[in-house]
Design a protein around this ligand. Structure first.
Ligand SMILES: [Zn+2]
Length: 229
């Protein structure tokens, strides 16, 4: 075996699977093969009128929606998102973005949009967390789909603590006016892909869509890392 610096680093500081913490093989990245195969895939990209799209009926006009994974409380996807959001494991976003991007690119149903727009963090939260957890996901989708990732379209006006309201109406009222379109021109007449980490009630995505729909001729599709059934 060739003893390169990379090999030595691997021997002394082995990478671990972000879900089960087993030592990764050199051929594995971010997740071990077992955890990767056990991820609960939704299959939404190739499913017309899927559960996620139906959740927007009567709320927002969208072309299509997809999420790579199902999010269950205390499940492996919750671990994955937690590691990404709070433990600095931004490579998880890269990994999920590439996977979902390839799914979208090869889908006959899901039309490839013209640009990617993330749900923004409030500047205060961005400072606290130092990165937007959807940024690497967005960049990775952007590379795979060969479309630009534009972070400046939406801005967040109100700093909200984690919402605990259970009811959709409460959540909607709570998210009203939180977002604002920064720049009307970039997305005019364009088909955009609005992205976020996890869709729970959909209130955040709905609030963003309602703002974005003020842009003339805009069409919106949605993609998230995970969806809560
Ligand atoms: Zn594992």
């Amino acid at each position: 075996m060739e003893l390169s610096i990379k090999n030595l680093v691997h021997i002394f500081f082995p990478e671990r699977c972000v879900i089960c913490e087993r030592q990764l093989l050199k051929s594995e990245k971010t997740l071990c093969v077992v955890c990767r195969h056990e991820l609960p895939l939704t299959g939404f990209t190739n499913e017309s009128d899927n559960e996620m799209e139906r959740s927007f009926t009567g709320r927002s006009r969208i072309l299509a929606a997809t999420a790579l994974l199902y999010f269950y409380k205390k499940g492996s996807v919750q671990t994955l998102i937690h590691e990404l959001k709070y433990r600095g494991h931004q490579e998880i976003g890269t990994f999920l973005g590439k996977w979902l991007g390839e799914e979208i690119r090869s889908s006959k149903r899901f039309k490839v949009p013209e640009m990617i727009v993330p749900v923004p963090l409030h500047p205060k939260k961005l400072k606290k967390r130092t990165y937007n957890q959807v940024a690497e996901f967005g960049k990775s989708l952007s590379e795979t789909l060969n479309i630009p990732f534009v972070e400046s379209v939406l801005k967040r006006n109100i700093y909200t603590e984690t919402q605990t309201y259970k009811h959709r109406i409460d959540r909607f009222q709570n998210t009203k006016n939180i977002f604002e379109v920064n720049d009307l021109r970039t997305c005019q007449g364009k088909h955009i892909l609005l992205i976020d980490d996890v869709q729970t009630t959909g209130a955040t995505l709905e609030a963003c869509c309602n703002e974005l729909q003020k842009i003339p001729g805009i069409k919106i599709s949605i993609a998230t890392m995970a969806y809560t059934p």
